[in-house]
Ligand binder design. Structure first.
Ligand SMILES: Cc1ncc(COP(=O)(O)O)c(C=O)c1O
Length: 375
């Protein structure tokens, strides 16, 4: 079955390892098990001994109870039976589509966003209508535009909140409006929420799973909790039919997630406040650095992110974004992502949740490249 190449992942795979200044990464600066142990206040020796003493069976097929409990703590209305652990959010999104989408179905997806949300349903033979997120609207979806795209036959609407690449954040009020449109069509509303909890202002943003009975939330340990190496994500929904479809499909493509991964994730979620505090500090301090830099660069503009780890930065030059990013990478070592990976020409995506010094050095390298374009 044909699927379009995943542009952002192809770009990352090709350049990530050799990057001198990696300001393309989207995870909040990843932690080691040692750092996690310190942050979580876990006794490392006891943890290790417990691992070593365990028989490595398939574990709890539906997910370790401690993990599912920990995930429930991130929602207002979700109980353990509403949580399906998966291999990352990438596995979760894929699982949602392969469980619920048939050829000929109509799906609406915001754009720009993570390409899974439109290219996977398209590869399954669905008709996908893009719902554009526009700079002049702060990259937020327009409910009237969604209403015009949705028909009584629409099967699913796909959102991403906070948004990758723009860092736009939908309010609870806007999410409720979009959920109302989905309800009128009896459509599922999938929301990829991997950057949830990374708001620039205090407070948690709402999850679609708490707001709409056919809302499906996808998230993971990768971005907010800085543990991408666990490859652990989840789907959360109160919709019984969808849960049944997810569990049934899971017997074919997953069986269970890794016992060790689940164990570590459960420990991290028990100490979520410490991890969240660290992550929020990083994204807030680093966005201040990015913001000051954008202000000082006359060739650049952006819509200041309100959440997440990424910003979409426009540059005032006719060069194609792949050429711009490739030349910059080769000439200065600064590694960012071409906006064309998201259908956004003459832009670059900067991931600002990395180590603060790497961010500063990376931005300086971008500035050096911009100076060469002025000549
Ligand atoms: C919006 C979005 N969803 C899903 C993923 C995949 O995340 P995971 O590491 O949990 O598979 C990413 C990774 O960049 C992402 O940006």
């Amino acid at each position: 079955m044909y699927i379009k190449p995943f542009l952002v992942e192809e770009w990352m795979n090709a350049h990530e390892t050799g990057a001198r200044y990696n300001i393309a990464e989207t995870c909040v600066d990843s932690v080691s098990l040692n750092e996690l142990r310190e942050l979580a206040g876990v006794d490392g020796r006891a943890l290790w001994e417990e691992f070593c003493g365990r028989r490595l069976t398939y574990g709890d097929i539906e997910g370790a109870p401690a993990l599912r409990e920990g995930i429930c703590g991130l929602y207002r209305t979700i109980s353990p039976g509403c949580v399906i652990p998966t291999h990352g959010a990438a596995g979760a999104n894929h699982h949602v589509f392969c469980s619920l989408i048939d050829p000929g179905d109509h799906v609406v997806s915001v754009m720009p966003t993570y390409q899974q949300l439109y290219s996977i349903p398209e590869s399954f033979g669905a008709r996908v209508s893009p719902l554009p997120l526009r700079e002049e609207n702060g990259y937020l979806p327009d409910p009237d535009e969604l209403r015009r795209l949705v028909t009584p036959g629409t099967k699913m609407i796909c959102l991403n909140n906070p948004n990758n690449p723009t860092g736009a954040l939908m309010s609870g009020e806007l999410l409720r409006q979009l959920a109302e449109i989905a309800r009128e069509a009896d459509a599922y509303l999938l929301c990829d929420e991997v950057y949830r909890h990374l708001n620039q202002e205090d407070g948690w943003s709402e999850s679609i799973a708490d707001l709409y009975d056919k809302g499906i939330s996808v998230s993971s340990m990768s971005k907010v909790f800085s543990l991408a190496g666990l490859r652990l994500g989840w789907i959360a929904t109160r919709d019984r039919e969808a849960l049944k479809a997810f569990m049934s499909r899971r017997d074919y493509n997953l069986i269970s997630c890794g016992m060790i991964d689940e164990y570590v994730a459960a420990a991290a979620l028990r100490s979520r406040e410490a991890l969240l505090a660290r992550s929020r500090r990083i994204v807030r301090e680093n966005l201040a650095v990015l913001d000051a830099w954008i202000d000082s660069e006359p060739m650049l503009r952006y819509v200041r992110p309100r959440a997440g780890t990424t910003a979409l930065v426009h540059y005032d030059h006719p060069m194609d974004s792949y050429e711009f990013c490739t030349r910059m990478y080769k000439e200065t070592g600064a590694f960012v992502t071409p906006g064309d990976c998201f259908g956004q020409p003459r832009t670059m995506r900067i991931g600002y949740a990395c180590d603060a010094q790497v961010l500063r050095d990376g931005l300086e390298a971008v500035s050096r490249f911009l100076r060469t374009l002025e000549r």
